[in-house]
Design a protein around this ligand. Structure first.
Ligand code: DON
Length: 597
């Protein structure tokens, strides 16, 4: 293995080739630049990055109207529900990490979907995964609207009605279909065609809307408008809730469809009982920086945090160490993390330096045997003595579920220095594939994130009201109490490795944030082979294989891609760099309120 410096320079060079140059600083007094889709923007007074230009503009509009980062995050998420409807929407959920500049405090808001109260630990047992995906059974009680409401009431300055306005406008006026939207529709065409409401919206004339055409969603515009007027109770117990429950119980399957579509267990009472929750963030210190993430029921903060702690306990950090730390952290994630209201998660120990040092002892010069057993986060640690206690075989079984590329992440900061890192999802590309008739919204299939079982003792088995374990990892890094970075990604469990790799690229390998985001990725999740993007395998395959790693291609669609991430870096004197993808998922959009003071 080459030294860190050589390795990081190598990655830096390649990433530099992949990434378009940062937006050049304009001449003083130049007219404001036209808002076009660029992956990097630098400036002042607020910034945003999302996967989509219209959504970034929606958030920017709110910032320019005087809204704060929380207002803009909600507006951006609602807009993504229009333009990225297969990844996000009001019938989905998400996790938000927020830096409140006035109180110099990081907090999080959990808008994760819940299982209906009728869902038992064996409800998913024996059901083929592919069948669960397009079913009413997999639809979790939506969390996004309650999350928006709580977020705005506690940290925002705008009403939900105001924050929804830019999204309503996009849904009414329409957006231009790009290749990504077309491809995602095409990939889903067979199952979309089986649901009458979904086919009517997303397969007009029986086909995906062509690239370059304008796609409108007037039903969604009406739904958002009415939500703004009636408030969240319209969903959580009111008429919209009743329509969702009716759709979950009896999905609108077309006559003649051969698909076995299971009906769901959700009742209006489940919607009434739903609460978004404010939770303390996870926190680790890494190289003197404070890294804040999302606590359980997401495994994002605990797994990224544990891996960073393990890396910090090692004498050197390179790609081999990155993969091995991730492998170990995933072994522990799979064994110990679930909804903390249902399973005792040893979070303090998972994030302790003592545990990390004990785990770091297992990392040698070569890839460790597969699978790595989980450690014992029990408060009693012996650095580099005997090997750690082997765990129960069931707990050490690697996760087999295929990780899709979807979900989305946005970052926003405002003129006061508040920061939002926000992951939103309806789980798979297109969620359950079921549109609520007349409402323009796709239902999530988040309950497929539960372990189907049988898996006695697994912390992530379904239960009434339980939140499925997530991998979403919105992350904010503070330096001396002030924001330095905000990062997040889509991609199922690869979200964790993407965030970790971007942090390591930036903080250990000396890359700029745009290069750290653009650099080719690899994802090791305690699986026999490490998934890697083609450019990663090309560049590092030989040296990592020589150390005992096995690299394998990332399955599609879209093949070969891991995680279209977004991030922010806080530069000197109030200057902020907003970063989106230059290429993955068709490239994202970074915007700033002003390019100069
Ligand atoms: O919460 C999670 O971790 C997933 N439901 C996110 C979904 C995703 O990123 C796309 N892949 N399956």
């Amino acid at each position: 293995m080459r030294s860190v410096v050589v390795t990081s320079l190598g990655v830096l060079t390649l990433a530099g080739l992949l990434a378009p140059p940062a937006q050049a600083a304009p001449a003083p007094h130049a007219p404001p630049p036209k808002e076009v889709k660029r992956p990097v923007a630098e400036g002042y007074g607020g910034a945003v990055a999302t996967v989509d230009l219209d959504a970034s503009k929606a958030a920017l509009t709110v910032l320019r109207q005087g809204g704060n980062a929380m207002d803009a995050a909600v507006a951006g998420a609602a807009a993504l529900g229009v333009t990225e409807p297969y990844s996000a929407g009001l019938a989905g959920g998400g996790f938000l990490v927020y830096y409140d500049a006035r109180h110099r405090k990081v907090t999080t808001i959990d808008g994760r979907e819940t299982a209906p109260r009728a869902m038992t630990s064996t409800a998913l047992e024996g059901i083929p995964f592919a069948e669960a995906v397009s079913s009413g059974l997999s639809v979790g009680v939506p969390g996004s609207v309650a999350q928006w409401d709580l977020a705005l009431r506690k940290y925002g300055t705008m009403s939900l009605r105001q924050a929804l306005r830019p999204a309503i406008e996009i849904a009414d006026r329409g957006f231009v279909v790009d290749q990504t939207f077309y491809d995602q529709t095409q990939q889903n065409a067979v199952r979309f065609a089986d649901f009458t409401s979904t086919a009517a919206l997303y397969l007009p004339g029986g086909q995906p809307p062509p690239v370059g055409s304008t796609f409108r969603n007037p039903d969604l515009a009406r739904t958002y408008r009415e939500l703004g007027i009636r408030g969240p109770a319209w969903l959580y117990g009111g008429d919209l809730g009743r329509e969702i429950v009716a759709t979950v119980k009896k999905p609108p399957v077309r006559d003649g469809a051969t698909r076995n579509v299971r009906s769901g267990l959700m009742e209006v009472g489940d919607l009434r009982a739903y609460r978004a929750l404010e939770r303390p963030p996870t926190k680790v210190t890494y190289k003197g920086l404070d890294v804040y993430g999302m606590a359980p029921p997401s495994s994002g903060g605990s797994t990224v945090g544990e891996a960073l702690n393990i890396l910090e306990a090692l004498p050197k950090i390179g790609l081999h160490e990155y993969l091995e730390a991730s492998r170990l952290a995933f072994a522990d994630r799979n064994a110990y993390v679930g909804d903390p209201a249902y399973t005792p998660v040893p979070l303090g120990d998972l994030l302790s330096d003592g545990f990390a040092k004990e785990r770091a002892c297992l990392i040698g010069p070569r890839a460790m045997p597969h699978p790595a057993a989980p450690g014992s986060p029990d408060g009693s640690y012996s650095p580099c003595a005997a090997p750690t206690t082997p765990a129960a075989p069931a707990a050490s079984a690697p996760e087999e579920k295929k990780e899709g590329p979807e979900t989305t992440h946005l970052v926003v900061t405002d003129r006061w220095g508040d920061v939002a890192a926000y992951n939103i999802t309806i789980e798979q590309t297109g969620g359950s594939g079921i549109v609520v008739p007349g409402r323009g919204i796709l239902l999530n299939n988040e309950l497929t994130d539960f372990t189907f079982g049988p898996a006695p003792g697994d912390p992530n088995l379904p239960a009434p009201g339980k939140r499925p374990r997530s991998s979403m990892a919105p992350t904010i890094v503070l330096k001396d109490g002030s924001p330095l970075l905000a990062v997040g990604s889509p991609g199922g469990a690869t979200i964790i490795t993407t965030v970790l790799q971007i942090l390591v690229n930036r903080l250990d390998f000396g890359m700029s944030l745009p290069d750290a985001v653009a650099a080719p990725r690899a994802s090791q999740r305690n699986t026999a082979a490490t998934q890697a993007e083609p450019a990663f395998t090309q560049r590092y395959g030989a040296e990592l294989t020589a150390l005992g790693h096995t690299l394998t291609d990332v399955p599609g669609p879209p093949a070969g891609e891991i995680g279209a991430a977004t991030g922010l870096e806080f530069l000197r004197n109030g200057r902020v760099q907003a970063v989106a993808e230059p290429a993955r998922r068709g490239g994202g959009s970074a915007l700033v309120v002003a390019t100069h003071r």
